[in-house]
Design a protein around this ligand. Structure first.
Ligand SMILES: [Zn+2]
Ligand SMILES: [Zn+2]
Length: 257
């Protein structure tokens, strides 16, 4: 399997994973033209998309899901409440939605997908573990806390995309209003660098090849701070994954697992 984070953060999220000529996309907060442009940069072929997994109905994850689904004729999988919330917002128009239940895995082409319930201020949040015959990738951004269920589901991965949203000191001394600071730090908000680092330390093992730090805040974080926290978290640990930061604007390299 190989994967690429096309966009990560509050201005839009999209991840591409492919194996055996089939691809899965997780979320799309990009316009179709921007999605195509970024996919083109990495030589991705749109006709490979078999499924779109939606984590939750926030704009930065949802806005381009319908257009992508229609363009690729690929169904959108998510929890029933997320699909209902997404439809109620009508943000991305009509799409072919398929209900999935947390904890119940299903197969799409060469992939097995496990949806894992998450803690975020959305209708019925899901993180995903995407497995091929030979590798497993976990994707978890937009979470206020790492629950035991998430920690358990993310054991033994070959690669993980984990949220490193904010540096707590930058957030607290920054200009955001108090209610927003509370929301971001709360149990249904976003993980700080320290919390992301703890998450990474908890899933680190000798087979973990890549850790991609995602959903960094433009205002309350710096890639160097996230990297520093992540590197400290794996130092002396059982595995030594390559650590990368996913950006708002540029796709990551294609990572092979
Ligand atoms: Zn988000
Ligand atoms: Zn969100």
């Amino acid at each position: 399997m190989r994967f690429c984070v096309l966009a990560s953060g509050s201005s839009g999220n999209a991840l591409w994973a492919e194996a055996g000529g089939s691809a899965i996309v997780v979320d799309n907060g990009l316009s179709l033209s921007e999605f195509r442009r970024r996919a083109g940069l990495r030589g991705l072929s749109m006709d490979r998309v078999r499924a779109i997994l939606l984590t939750h109905e926030h704009t930065d994850h949802l806005s381009g899901v319908g257009t992508l689904s229609r363009a690729c004729r690929a169904p959108v999988y998510s929890s029933p409440l997320t699909l209902a919330a997404a439809r109620a917002r009508a943000e991305s128009g009509a799409f072919d939605g398929r209900d999935v239940s947390p904890g119940e895995s299903w197969s799409v082409g060469p992939f097995k997908v496990l949806p894992v319930p998450g803690s975020h201020d959305s209708a019925e949040h899901l993180h995903y573990v995407i497995s091929s015959e030979t590798a497993a990738l976990g994707v978890a951004t937009d979470l206020g806390v790492v629950t035991e269920k998430v920690m358990e589901a993310f054991q033994g991965l070959d690669a993980a995309v984990l949220e490193f949203n904010h540096d707590t000191a930058m957030l607290m001394t920054g200009r955001y209003p108090v209610f927003l600071k509370r929301r971001l730090r709360g149990p249904k908000g976003h993980l700080s660098n320290d919390e992301g680092a703890e998450f990474l330390a908890g899933i680190n093992h000798p087979g973990l090849k890549y850790a991609v730090l995602g959903h960094l805040s433009r205002n309350n974080n710096l890639p160097e701070l996230a990297l520093e926290a992540a590197r400290a978290a794996v130092e002396g640990g059982p595995g030594s994954p390559e650590i990368l930061v996913a950006s708002h604007d540029t796709p990551t390299p294609f990572l092979e697992i």
